[in-house]
Design a binder for this molecule. Structure first.
Ligand code: PLP
Length: 403
């Protein structure tokens, strides 16, 4: 039996999810799932695919019509110069795309620079490929962006990839065009790949999404990764994709796609075709509603007397909030009995507050430290839940903190 995977940590998000199942009438602000349902265009296309018996094996890289639509989308919407539908590789969600991509890119010991804090499966995919995770902080006063000098200093002779995620999970930070140009220059100078995780490309508030792969000459060394999960509320259906210009890398990824899925579910791929052929109004409707929920949630947080603070993000759908280290003095209930979780042998303040909120307020959230050491002192709340659930969670927070 291989013990290697015992050394790859599981995300605390999974542990929180298990804890939430024990809570009656919970406020599920822990998981990054939208409360919307998939659009009719997707459901009708999947129903049609079933009725037409499109239930057989398919091409490993994806249904040709889906590849063709995605190649058009990348050119027209993202400004990525995809030359042929063959460059599109369809995956079982973005998480699968990242997993096989790092398997294809890394040799054991290769370093990948990622933001700190960062959504845990990124590090999981790198470690699973025997890579080395090099965390470079992103900073709250900079709008959760890199200090570009610090990023440049993170490059070593072992660096192979810079991973960027804009808009970012968990902070909602969005990289500026200047940031992306500087990162592109750094990658070109050191001959590095860029993995550009654009899962939240459509969840932006008052700013424009820009793909690193759209910068002049950068598609050759940049692999943009996307998902239908957030743009079309298809989290459980599992549909993602990436665009790869390099033929050798593409052949390697195709092998990994074949060994891990043979092909992504036929019916779900037809659902993706339905999403792209149908009206795109739904993407803007979801975005506008998420912006309203963001504003509702932050207005509520402002009534908590400063126990949780932070600036509303420009993208994604998470509130990554700093907590007052003296929060116990504000609590309506005794905190003496609150469990303190040991993480890596140390007491973690963000786990302690998370467990207190679950036990005493039925509020699910994720401890900031689960996203990396720079996330300690913060909690992540997902504001993509419906308004009633957000209001319930806020009322519960007000009761807990006597505000
Ligand atoms: N990348 C980031 C930053 C995410 O937050 C997520 C999902 O939460 C994904 C990729 C992948 O999403 P999925 O596997 O549902 O496509």
């Amino acid at each position: 039996m291989s013990h290697f995977f015992d050394t790859v940590p599981f995300s605390g998000i999974i542990r929180i999810r298990d804890m939430m199942y024990a809570v009656e009438r919970p406020f599920r602000l822990d998981q990054g799932d939208v409360s919307f349902d998939a659009p009719e265009t997707v459901k009708a296309a999947m129903a049609r695919a079933i009725a037409d018996n499109r239930t057989h094996y398919l091409q490993t890289a994806g249904v040709p019509r889906l590849q063709e639509l995605l190649a058009q989308k990348l050119n027209a919407k993202n400004g990525v110069p995809v030359a042929s539908p063959d460059e599109i590789l369809v995956s079982n969600g973005g998480i699968h795309a990242l997993f096989i991509l790092f398997q294809a890119l890394l040799n054991p010991g290769d370093e990948v620079i990622i933001p700190d804090p960062q959504w845990p499966p990124t590090a999981g995919a790198i470690l699973s490929a025997r890579g080395v995770v090099v965390r470079c902080p992103i900073h709250e006063p900079l709008g959760w962006r890199f200090d570009l000098d610090e990023l440049a200093r993170s490059v070593t002779p072992r660096t192979r990839v810079i991973y960027v995620n804009s808009p970012q999970n968990p902070t909602g930070g969005v990289l500026t065009p200047d940031d992306l140009e500087a990162i592109a220059r750094l990658a070109a100078r050191h001959d590095l790949w860029i993995v550009s995780d654009e899962a939240y490309e459509d969840v932006v508030f008052g700013v424009k999404h820009l793909s690193a792969a759209s910068l002049p000459g950068m598609y050759a060394r940049t692999i943009p990764v996307y998902t239908f999960s957030k743009s079309y509320a298809m989290t459980g259906l599992r549909l993602g994709y990436m665009a790869v210009a390099d033929t050798a890398l593409r052949d390697r990824i195709k092998k990994l796609l074949f060994f891990t899925t043979s092909n992504v579910s036929s019916v779900v791929q037809y659902g993706g075709i339905g999403a792209l052929e149908g009206s795109q109004d739904v993407v803007e409707e979801y975005r506008a509603e998420l912006q309203a929920r963001r504003d509702l949630f932050y207005a509520g947080v402002a009534t908590l007397g400063g126990v949780l603070t932070g600036r509303p993000p420009d993208g994604a759908f998470y509130a990554f909030l700093r907590f007052d280290p003296g929060w116990k003095d504000r609590c309506a209930r005794e905190t003496g009995g609150a469990p303190t979780t040991a993480v890596g042998g140390e007491t973690s303040p963000s786990w302690e507050l998370t467990e207190y909120l679950i036990a005493n307020g039925r509020i699910g959230c994720i401890p900031g430290v689960d996203f990396g050491p720079a996330g300690e002192g913060y909690l992540r709340f997902c504001f993509a839940r419906d308004r009633a659930e957000l209001e319930g969670a806020l009322a519960s927070l007000r009761t807990i903190f006597r505000s």
